[in-house]
Design a protein around this ligand. Structure first.
Ligand SMILES: [Zn+2]
Length: 292
């Protein structure tokens, strides 16, 4: 009796950038409503997705492992148990890729939102999922999420899912956190601030042997809408005007310089380029690299 496959293979994909190997590690996906988009109607946004055969707003949640100079880092820690059963798969997929979380010496955060930093530590026990890792984040992230006055101004949902979650998740790394403002943060990896979505939202530029990859974090949340229409924002932006400015700057740079980009919410495995198209841009996913 032939058994057909019943499960997808693990969400892991490798790509070489010069001497550095970058592995896209899926954390899963999130299904979200269109109501959270700003600067576009639900009807128009739904039509834009339908036009490219996306029945709904299904968002990939991606993380990346970086092998450089004999060390391994991850960019972001995924969702842990905060975002429901369709996300929080990073550790499982790291193991499927043969990567022991205890071998990871650096966790680079793009920002402190639950789909990026809620997978740092066990919610019940506080045990670090990356027991030997140093935590690296832009200094404006904890400054904002630890600010009681900012928390007091937030909605109940934001208080719990953003401020409280960030506080819980970074606490176990208190004695091993390195706050940065930019510059080289891991061999071949440079932090590039792109504030707006959050105050310390940071991209990571990976460069080696004349090749480069920009892991742009949350420059877009709904790529099929925000790449053609960069002025569309999402309710989770702390500074929507700043988010638009960062998105326009990065899309312009990527289209001009034609470098490879990857993002936490680009369709897995996320490696893509940006082309100019009319007043906006188009996402061009890279085809499968057979030999990395
Ligand atoms: Zn996100």
């Amino acid at each position: 009796m032939i058994q057909a496959p019943a499960q997808q293979i693990p969400g892991v994909y490798h790509r070489r950038i010069g001497d550095i190997v970058v592995s896209a590690i899926s954390d899963g996906y999130l299904d979200g409503s269109m109501e959270v988009l700003r600067g576009i109607s639900v009807e128009e946004g739904t039509k834009m997705l339908a036009d490219v055969f996306r029945p709904a707003r299904r968002t990939s949640v991606n993380t990346f492992a970086i092998f450089s100079a004999g060390r391994v880092a991850v960019i972001d820690a995924g969702s842990g148990t905060y975002m429901g059963p369709t996300a929080g798969w990073q550790i499982r997929n790291l193991r499927a890729a043969g990567i022991d979380p205890a071998a990871i010496d650096t966790v680079l955060l793009t920002h402190m939102h639950p789909d990026h930093s809620a997978g740092l530590a066990d919610r019940e026990t506080g045990a670090r999922f990356f027991p030997n890792a140093e935590l690296v984040a832009h200094e404006n992230e904890p400054r904002h999420w630890l600010d009681d006055a900012a928390m007091a101004r937030a909605t109940e949902r934001e208080k719990l899912l953003y401020f409280q979650c960030a506080r819980e998740q970074i606490a176990p790394y208190r004695d091993r956190t390195r706050l940065i403002t930019g510059g080289e943060v891991f061999p071949g990896v440079t932090a590039v601030p792109a504030p707006g979505h959050t105050p310390g939202h940071t991209m990571y530029l990976i460069q080696s042997g004349g090749e480069s990859l920009l892991v742009w974090g949350d420059i877009t949340h709904v790529p099929d809408i925000q790449i053609p229409r960069p002025e569309v924002t999402i309710a989770f932006d702390t500074d929507p005007a700043g988010a638009i400015a960062s998105r326009r700057r990065v899309l312009d740079m990527a289209a001009t310089e034609k470098f490879l980009v990857a993002g936490m919410h680009l369709h897995f495995p996320a490696f893509s380029r940006i082309a100019r198209r009319g007043d906006g841009y188009a996402l061009v996913s890279e085809s499968w690299v057979h030999q990395f």
